[in-house]
Design a protein around this ligand. Structure first.
Ligand SMILES: [Fe+2]
Length: 288
């Protein structure tokens, strides 16, 4: 019987993939803490020894159906069309999780959840997946999950529940990585930094979003996921990345409102062009 052995929200923003000396300069003499944070996330992964990473990819928007990339293997070279001066010529070469993807399809059909298992190998990963490979991936199978752009809160929770049930019916030891930011309203091109450290939360686009993010993180720390789910409209208003579908599908897989897994911050809370980035690990009691 399969099991979800860990879950986390992780940042993937492109600034982290600039050369270290540039990051330190941008950070007014100190690197972004999200880099060391990746090592802390990897230590948690090592402790639970997953064989499969479910990456909920907040740049992969789908329409009319929830979609996973259920191919056997993905190989290629990634260059971002959004920030090609930072993310270019990045090789990727990893096994998918086709059996798990088929199981997700069976559960979705039983539950009448609109779903498509995309086995076409030409669907290339976006950078919320590719950027995690170097810092976090150590050969596990990878199953990418998209964000259905016309889903409501309950749809994301239902799809998450499908993921959770399919994992239990499989033989996978899975960790779910929700790859994306919290509030995600960018500053515009005229923005003058309020703090010389680019990554400092003073440089967030809207202090009200910072306040919301801290309230959400406090609820996670208490393991009060119902409180966060209830605030979904506020998450949308603060432009949580991927329509907050990364977190909502993650928590749906963990039991939705009944989930009480406490969240632990594994990095500082940082701004990147006004968006909120942090790594948070949800303890499912599986650590050795
Ligand atoms: Fe992003």
């Amino acid at each position: 019987m399969g099991n979800i052995v860990g879950a986390a929200i992780v940042s993937h923003h492109p600034g982290l993939f600039r050369p270290k000396e540039i990051r330190v300069e941008m950070g007014n003499g100190r690197d972004s803490d999200l880099l060391e944070g990746y090592q802390r996330v990897r230590a948690r992964l090592d402790a639970v020894a997953p064989d499969t990473l479910i990456i909920i990819d907040t740049h992969w928007f789908t329409t009319a159906k929830h979609v996973v990339a259920g191919g056997e293997h993905y190989q290629g070279t990634y260059t971002s069309d959004e920030m090609p001066w930072i993310l270019y010529d990045m090789p990727f070469d990893y096994d998918g999780a086709p059996e798990l993807a088929k199981e997700i399809g069976r559960v979705a059909e039983e539950r009448q959840v609109p779903f498509y298992n995309a086995e076409n190998p030409h669907i290339h990963p976006e950078y919320p997946t590719v950027n995690l490979l170097e810092p976090l991936w150590r050969g596990e199978r990878i199953l990418r999950v998209g964000i259905c752009q016309n889903a409501k809160a309950h749809h994301f929770l239902e799809m998450g529940a499908v993921l959770g049930e399919a994992i239990r019916r499989s033989d996978s030891r899975a960790v779910i990585l929700a790859s994306g930011a919290l509030s995600h309203r960018m500053t515009d091109l005229d923005f003058k930094p309020r703090n010389p450290r680019f990554w400092h939360p003073d440089n967030m686009s809207d202090p009200r979003h910072v306040e919301l993010d801290h309230e959400v993180m406090a609820a996670w720390e208490r393991g009060d996921h119902a409180a966060v789910i209830d605030r979904y409209p506020e998450l949308r208003a603060a432009a949580y990345e991927g329509l907050a579908g990364h977190y909502m599908q993650l928590v749906g897989a963990l039991g939705g409102r009944e989930c009480h897994a406490p969240g632990t911050a594994l990095s500082e809370y940082e701004s990147a062009l006004g968006t909120a980035n942090i790594h948070i690990w949800f303890n499912l009691g599986e650590e050795q």
